[in-house]
Design a protein around this ligand. Structure first.
Ligand code: PEP
Length: 251
């Protein structure tokens, strides 16, 4: 039997100044104090990482970044490296979020390089995959996910994937208020786990956490989490408010 501890992660995207981030995280810390059955992780903007990490130090909340460079250092103006986010207090990093794929030319190849960089820096990669509405309507969900997962993990040794987290986020459900039904989420999570089993074996497939993301809120988290292959959630909009996010954490 698998031993996949649920992970509820909040993606703050490009919201919150430093004081706003500290205010929200301080409230969240109080609200989720004593929660021991799930892992909790928040990804603030780069600018607020250090202060948020200092605020949650010693608590049950972990901190992640929303992206990282695939370079370790160098003349890459505007980029942020793995060691920089580690030194700011991060343990996790989101990679390949659909907003980066959509608006910032992220490709499966650059996702692959970023996952390798995360592994080099001992960060937990939260690797996002998901199909667009057009791809789902064209019945291409499985082939899109196959390519994203295969290309994203290309050339990475199994032993380096031990901490990997996958986030299935159907693009049509992100920020739209449309949530995949729990059955739709389960079907895709089960499919992805099956593909991982073919590629890496049952041991890995049964241990890897697959989060669902896309308009998760207090009203739908329990049903999503009741699905056998849903191991947590990546929450955007509903993570911005401490009270709302705490209700999701305590589903
Ligand atoms: C996300 O940003 O990863 C996300 C799922 O957003 P939302 O919850 O707002 O749909």
């Amino acid at each position: 039997m698998e031993n996949r501890r649920p992970l509820i992660a909040g993606n703050w995207k490009m919201y919150k100044t430093c004081p706003e981030a500290v205010d929200t995280i301080a409230k969240l810390k109080e609200l989720v104090d004593g929660v021991t059955t799930v892992d909790i992780m928040i990804t603030p903007a780069f600018t607020a990482l250090s202060q948020v990490a200092e605020t949650v130090a010693g608590s049950n909340i972990q901190v992640g970044a929303q992206n990282l460079s695939w370079h370790d250092e160098g003349a890459y103006t505007g980029e942020i490296s793995g060691s920089m986010i580690v030194s700011a207090g991060c343990t996790h990093v989101i990679i390949g979020h659909s907003e980066r794929r959509q608006y910032f030319n992220e490709t499966d190849a650059t996702v692959n390089q970023r996952i390798m960089a995360a592994i080099r820096h001992k960060l937990v990669p939260v690797f996002c995959v998901g199909e667009t509405e057009a791809e789902r309507e064209a019945d291409a969900t499985c082939s899109v996910l196959d390519k994203q997962v295969t290309d994203g993990l290309q050339g990475i040794a199994l032993e380096d994937l031990a901490d990997l987290v996958i986030a299935y986020e159907p693009v049509w459900a992100i920020g739209t208020g449309k949530t995949a039904t729990s059955e739709q989420a389960q079907e895709v999570h089960h499919y992805v786990r099956g593909q991982l089993e073919k590629a890496y074996g049952a041991g890995f497939a049964q241990s890897v956490r697959i989060l669902y993301g896309g308009s998760v809120k207090p009203a739908n988290i329990a049903e999503l989490m009741s699905m056998a292959d849903v191991d947590g959630a990546l929450v955007g909009g509903a993570s911005l408010d401490a009270e709302t996010f705490s209700q999701i954490v305590k589903y």
